[in-house]
Design a protein. Structure first.
Length: 148
């Protein structure tokens, strides 16, 4: 699976309400910026994504301009995405035109990064998910021109 396929698989997982944490490298330097949050570190990203999945449903993710550049062990992407979901706690439907950018790293089968650093998180999980996909987000930024 290439980096572009990995980004699209993330969109699919979001639509289906599947776990999103396996898409992110479990490293201290991981960063995920959403419309109204900033998560830093693999554990914080994983926890934030678990909470998001628990309290949201009915995701619509419409990619309109995905561009991915892949080099040896790193890739970056940008996209314009129509994004909508329902907050199950507040019972509110949100809809946004968003801009996405991010960086992925090709992790070793043992979870190591390109420089050989340990990729295991505190729970011992490695970067490769259950499907053996080794492209992992190390940063993602989702923004919109209007506030949440």
């Amino acid at each position: 699976m290439g980096a572009a396929d990995r980004v699209e698989a993330y969109y699919d997982a979001l639509r289906e309400g599947e776990p999103l944490a396996p898409f992110f490298a479990p490293v201290d330097g991981a960063v995920k910026v959403g419309i109204s949050e900033r998560l830093v570190g693999g554990d914080a990203v994983a926890e934030g994504l678990r909470e998001q999945t628990e309290r949201t449903t009915d995701w619509s993710v419409g990619s309109r301009d995905l561009r991915v550049t892949e080099r040896d062990r790193h890739a970056w992407f940008g996209d314009r995405v129509s994004l909508a979901w329902t907050d199950t706690e507040r019972r509110i439907r949100y809809e946004f035109d968003t801009r996405w950018t991010g960086t992925l790293e090709l992790r070793g089968a043992d979870g190591s990064s390109a420089d050989g650093a340990d990729g295991a998180g505190e729970d011992g999980a490695t970067a490769a998910d259950g499907n053996g996909d080794r492209w992992q987000f190390v940063s993602m930024h989702v923004s919109t021109a209007r506030a949440l």
